[in-house]
Design a protein around this ligand. Structure first.
Ligand code: PSV
Ligand code: MN
Length: 397
């Protein structure tokens, strides 16, 4: 058990920290230039949930799985009971519900922002089905991302589309149960390359406010322009009490969906630090859904997910070590070097021994990745799924 008060704080933080993993992180994915198929990749919702169960079993901090309805619910709403019982079977719970209104042909010119009222209605109906799925699975969040936008100047009425979004999101909010929330995710470009209907945190905030009190903003770390100060956005959303959740991933160029902290660990640390500092100052727990949104194209999918969860814990733990009282004093007096050193000191601390101790106390393996590798699960699923995945290559070629 931890002795000093700093250790106790850290322990408490680790007990609280959970991060949701996405079902789509276990499936074969790629870029628009092609997919590299892995023999162990999950090919069904059941396989995704089984893999997610392994991640939670070895890390102890990933009890929920975000689902993408079009990809994981073959019969839509009618698949709900089955997906829920599969999650139970593999020791996880269904987490945030992600509607998919970007893939079908009818969404070529948009979903809730489409000039065709019938297509807007269809998109809304799918989202409302997702709200219903969330009620049945007991999930709190319906997580909304839209590919809507346009590719060429002058081709879309941006004001009308904003209005249609406001209407669709208000309608969605009206169907939420008191336990549910809706999260509005923003993204500046891709798949649309001229304008995106919900391009940044300001637009997401205004739409969430218009929708109603249980709407919040979702920050996907990959959805910003280069050099944007994401932790500042986080502090503003916290101050406005409208930060609902994160999609964590890292990137070097655009929305690369790389492993969390693989390119810029200090960035994730700074985000966690601003949240911890807010909590220290206000005495309130920030009610935030931490989620991963990564595309595991080249690394082994389950291994990358375990690496991700462990790294997220490390960054979260480092941020918990910042001496907030000292930082506040140094900021007050504009003692720049001392203030900055408060962050650097915490960031430089090796929290891994402490994490090993925390895992031991929970009956978990000290090294989740090594324990998973020793379990034989990967070899087994590669054998079982190998043929199916081979034919995926054939059908792709
Ligand atoms: C879009 O880039 C996004 O970040 C949204 O969250 C989607 O739901 C997810 O990726 C998966 O495509
Ligand atoms: Mn995302």
């Amino acid at each position: 058990m931890p002795g000093t008060s700093q250790q106790e704080t850290l322990w408490k933080k680790l007990n609280e920290f959970q991060i949701e993993i996405p079902s789509w992180g276990f499936a074969n994915t790629g870029t628009r230039f092609g997919k590299f198929i892995q023999p162990a990749a999950a090919t069904t919702a059941e396989e995704k949930l089984s893999d997610a169960g392994q991640v939670h079993k070895f890390t102890g901090c990933c009890p929920t799985v975000a689902v993408h309805v079009l990809w994981d619910f073959p019969q839509g709403l009618a698949s709900t009971a089955q997906v829920k019982s599969l999650a139970d079977k593999y020791g996880v719970r269904v987490g945030s519900i992600n509607p998919n209104v970007f893939q079908d042909q009818e969404y070529k010119y948009g979903s809730l922002g489409n000039p065709d009222p019938q297509i807007r209605k269809n998109a809304l109906q799918h989202i409302l089905d997702c709200v219903e799925i969330g009620k049945q699975t007991g999930s709190r969040d319906v997580s909304l991302w839209f590919g809507d936008g346009s590719n060429y100047p002058g081709t879309a009425n941006i004001r009308h589309r904003r209005q249609w979004f406001e209407e669709g999101l208000k309608e969605t909010h009206a169907h939420l149960s008191p336990q549910q929330r809706m999260l509005v995710e923003y993204k500046p470009f891709e798949p649309a390359f001229y304008h995106t209907d919900i391009a940044d945190w300001g637009m997401a905030l205004l739409l969430a406010r218009a929708a109603g009190p249980r709407a919040r903003v979702l920050v996907d770390t990959g959805h910003h322009y280069q050099a944007q100060n994401i932790e500042q956005i986080v502090t503003w959303l916290l101050s406005e009490n409208i930060l609902g959740g994160f999609h964590f991933n890292d990137r070097r160029y655009a929305d690369d969906d790389l492993t969390i902290a693989s390119i810029d660990p200090y960035q994730v640390f700074r985000i966690f630090h601003e949240i911890a500092y807010f909590e220290w100052e206000t005495g309130a727990r920030a009610d935030i859904a931490y989620m991963i949104d990564q595309s595991h194209n080249l690394k082994g999918k389950i291994e990358e997910m375990i690496q991700t969860a462990v790294t997220a814990q490390e960054m979260y733990a480092k941020a918990a070590l910042v001496d907030h009282a000292a930082l506040a004093r140094h900021q007050e007096k504009c003692e720049l070097i001392d203030a900055e050193e408060c962050l650097k000191q915490a960031f430089a601390t090796d929290v891994r021994p402490m994490l090993r101790e925390w895992r031991r106390s929970k009956g978990l393996a000290e090294d989740p990745l090594a324990a998973f590798r020793q379990s034989g699960y990967l070899e087994r699923i590669a054998r079982e799924r190998g043929e199916k995945n081979k034919s995926a290559v054939a059908s792709y070629a």
